[in-house]
Design a protein around this ligand. Structure first.
Ligand code: WT7
Length: 608
């Protein structure tokens, strides 16, 4: 597959040399290739005018098409601009941009010169951007003047200004125009558009070793500090190309639309690298599912004649609430495959997606994977003609993936009808190789909990028919509208408040978002502050330190938290209270002060 699917500058001589216990992974040793060459130049040579990207801009009906030839020109110009500013192989470059062809060209330009991109979702706050830039000592930031989403302007450049103030490693900020607003320039700022006009349209693709890092992407774990997962070059590209083709049943000529943001792994693997390496037309969606109305996706499917559509369960649940009539207004006959990722696609949402969007003739693929896995790991494949697809679970491992379920004694569960920690038994080419600057943390998080296995952090059930169903995270990670957050991150942000003594954050079931955030707050004894004022300030602090999507849905001020005698917060009890399971709190007698539970329950009931 590696030989037939990819173009090598130098062919590898060994397929894999991996050691799961030591955390050493090498795929396609002694080979070299360049991801941008594979995603662009190859297709330009055979079919230069084929559309690479359709930029579905915020206003419906204003889409712009970019051919593979145009994408190559744009990418080379950006690459030459970066080179001209002293950026070279191994340097880290932060990209903080909304979905646009130039954002994709910026990612590919980094690939072309061997710089490691770190795309930061443009919904993250300036503070969160600064933390990520600092962690990787990025030498440059690429951004736009503003962003436009759902008809609203977002002051992106202003965020970058306040982030970069705290980031001495940044030498240049490249500013591209999205709206043309007259934004003030700071000392490090340069106009990307102007520099691109003068730049050459050809740039040789750097020779990259198979295991050279291609990009890093931050995700949340169970501690407060986000992890910069590092991905490889050859293994990553091969894995996303194969999964994209096989799972979506995609071939050149198809119009494929994954509506994710490039700031998430879904955007990297299934908006940019998978589809472009396969030479298909990839839609870049800049807007939101409800703009200008909840028919937006379906109107777009009709207008662009989309063949494969990939979204998140939270979007489907939101659109279900808007009513069945929206998808019925449009001609959806071009659709063949409908995908979903990010959280469990519940039975009801699956049925609706199948009936109203797929008109009961499309394949539904519920794909399970993670930032760490690089690409899809458990999913039905429509190209397996005849194999059944059932609602409510991702079902079957992709080829090369060997899932295993383990119990708390680290024993692998054999046979069916078992539930355990979801692990993967053998290395696969797309897996992350490390955490930037902290390989020990990589080992501790993924490879040491179950020696010899990769541990996902999720639990799963293997049904009697052998199919896998995900039961959710087993750690302190929550999933809000498909956005992954550590409870500790949210707690850390609120702990900064001067009147706050202690906080405990948990995820609680939410009809649309999958999980909502519930925060329990203990104020300092001497605090005389107005509770509503504190709550407002806490919400603001989370928005400023992390992002708006991380702001708690509920904040409850309580006199104390349920703790064991050794001082560990019993989140299990808080989860039950928040979820309204008041009669199922279980044994509270081991708590240091059992009476606190009763008080919290009363306060919760009054607040609801
Ligand atoms: C976590 C990974 C992979 C891109 C989007 C999220 C949850 C993901 C499914 C699914 C049930 C799912 C898991 C996983 N998740 N897909 N099909 N069914 N849960 O990437 O931010 O790295 O989050 O999302 O809990 O661990 P991520």
């Amino acid at each position: 597959m590696a030989k037939s699917k990819l173009r090598w500058q130098q062919l590898f001589d060994k397929v894999q040399q991996c050691d799961m216990e030591k955390g050493q992974f090498s795929w396609f040793s002694n080979g070299s290739l360049n991801i941008s060459d594979n995603c662009i130049d190859r297709h330009v040579e055979s079919n230069p005018d084929q559309t690479a990207l359709i930029w579905e801009k915020d206003e419906p009906g204003t889409e712009e098409r970019v051919s593979y030839k145009e994408l190559l020109d744009m990418t080379c110009r950006v690459a030459n601009v970066l080179k001209g500013h002293g950026i070279s192989k191994g340097d880290r470059v932060a990209i903080y941009m909304p979905n646009s062809p130039l954002a994709v060209a910026s990612m590919l330009a980094c690939m072309r010169i061997g710089a490691v991109h770190s795309v930061v979702f443009a919904g993250f706050s300036a503070e969160a951007l600064a933390t990520r830039i600092q962690d990787a000592s990025c030498v440059a930031v690429i951004t736009t003047d503003q962003a436009v989403r759902g008809g609203k302007i977002i002051e992106l450049k202003k965020m970058v200004d306040s982030a970069v103030e705290q980031c001495p490693s940044v030498r240049n900020v490249f500013v591209a125009s999205r709206t043309g607003a007259d934004v003030p320039y700071q000392s490090k700022d340069v106009s990307l558009d102007k520099l691109m006009e003068q730049a050459d349209t050809s740039c040789p693709a750097e020779q990259m070793e198979s295991e050279d890092p291609s990009f890093m992407l931050y995700t949340s774990g169970s501690t407060g500090k986000p992890k910069g997962l590092l991905h490889s070059t050859a293994g990553y590209l091969l894995y996303v190309a194969l999964t994209h083709q096989a799972v979506f049943n995609c071939s050149p000529g198809d119009v494929y639309a994954c509506v994710a943001d490039i700031g998430w792994i879904t955007g990297h693997s299934y908006v940019v690298y998978g589809p472009l390496s396969n030479g298909v037309t990839s839609v870049l969606f800049e807007s939101i599912p409800t703009y200008p109305d909840p028919g937006r996706y379906w109107e777009m499917v009709e207008r662009l004649k989309v063949n494969q559509f990939y979204t998140a369960p939270t979007a489907i649940r939101l659109l279900i609430k808007a009513g069945d009539s929206w998808p019925q207004k449009y001609n959806l006959s071009s659709l063949r495959t409908l995908g979903c990722v990010g959280e469990p696609l519940n039975h009801e949402a699956w049925e609706w997606y199948n009936k109203f969007v797929g008109q009961s003739r499309c394949d539904i693929v519920d794909t399970w994977w993670q930032t760490e896995t690089g690409g899809i790991c458990i999913t039905p494949r429509p190209s397996e003609s005849g194999a059944e697809i059932l609602p409510g679970m991702p079902m079957r491992p992709f080829f090369g993936i060997e899932p295993a379920l383990l119990d708390s004694q680290q024993r692998e569960l054999i046979g069916n009808d078992v539930t355990g920690s979801l692990c993967i038994k053998k290395p696969w080419p797309g897996m992350a190789r490390s955490i930037y600057g902290d390989h020990e943390r990589f080992l501790d998080t993924y490879l040491r909990p179950f020696p010899g296995y990769y541990f996902s952090g999720d639990g799963a059930h293997r049904h009697s028919n052998g199919y896998y169903q995900i039961t959710g995270r087993t750690d302190d990670v929550i999933n809000v509208s498909g956005h992954r957050l550590g409870t500790a991150e949210v707690e850390d942000a609120m702990d900064e408040h001067e009147s706050v003594a202690e906080t405990a954050v948990i995820g609680t079931p939410h009809e649309v978002k999958g999980e909502g955030i519930y925060a329990f707050i203990v104020l300092k004894d001497e605090s005389t502050e107005d509770e509503n004022k504190v709550k407002m300030e806490l919400k603001e602090m989370v928005a400023v330190n992390i992002a708006k999507f991380a702001v708690p849905d509920h904040i409850l001020i309580v006199p104390g938290l349920p703790k064991t005698r050794s001082g560990k917060i019993m989140r299990r009890i808080l989860r039950k209270i928040a979820g309204g399971e008041l009669s199922a709190l279980g044994d509270v007698s081991t708590l240091a002060d059992p009476s606190v539970v009763e008080v919290i329950v009363k306060l919760h009931v009054v607040a609801r």
